[in-house]
Design a protein around this ligand. Structure first.
Ligand code: SF4
Ligand code: SF4
Length: 171
């Protein structure tokens, strides 16, 4: 089944919504990593893992990626127009309080989890399935329409399962 770029983007945004909810409950970055870094920097802005213009470095040359970027810039402005940029990261969407994008992030931004975060997922929630590169490629394939229908259903179910686990653990 060939999906149009807007249908692919629709699927991608559906997964992004699930992942945002997952990160909300997991809450390792905001509750552990960033406060630690802010203590070390004595309150000055920190980049954590948002050190580069990853949206530019890793996004693919593909109509669905173009659509993602167009919608992002309509909603949040182009990189050059970001007024609240922290100044400590090359990424213009990085502010003193983190990423300004509430949606329409690039696959690399959406999927990245560092080793300590992955370790926390394992030890605190028993989730062993999170593979950053695998998630990154899966998100790219969803956007380009290269993910087979069955894999799309399995992938969505695997995220639902991760979400159920973190929600249950924090209930
Ligand atoms: S992914 Fe890792 S480095 Fe980035 S904010 Fe989360 S804990 Fe910090
Ligand atoms: S777009 Fe957001 S998540 Fe991606 S590097 Fe920039 S600040 Fe970080």
């Amino acid at each position: 089944m060939d999906l149009s770029p807007s249908s692919c983007l629709g699927r991608y945004l559906e997964i992004e919504g699930l992942l945002h909810e997952f990160y909300h409950y997991f809450n390792y970055c905001a509750a552990v990593c960033i406060p630690n870094l802010l203590r070390l920097s004595q309150g000055n802005p920190v980049t954590a893992c948002c050190k580069d213009r990853y949206y530019q470095v890793y996004d693919l040359d593909h109509p669905s990626f173009d659509l993602l970027r167009d919608q992002r810039e309509t909603l949040y402005g182009a990189p050059k127009d970001q007024k609240a940029a922290s100044g400590v990261s090359l990424c213009e969407y990085h502010t003193r309080t983190g990423c300004t994008l509430l949606s329409h992030k690039s696959p690399v931004c959406l999927s990245f989890m560092c080793r300590p975060a992955i370790d926390a997922l394992r030890t605190q929630y028993g989730i062993y399935t999170y593979d950053y590169l695998g998630f990154n490629y899966a998100l790219e394939w969803i956007l380009t329409g290269d993910m087979a229908e069955k894999d799309w259903l399995d992938f969505r179910e695997s995220i639902d399962e991760m979400l159920r686990r973190v929600k249950t653990a924090r209930a």
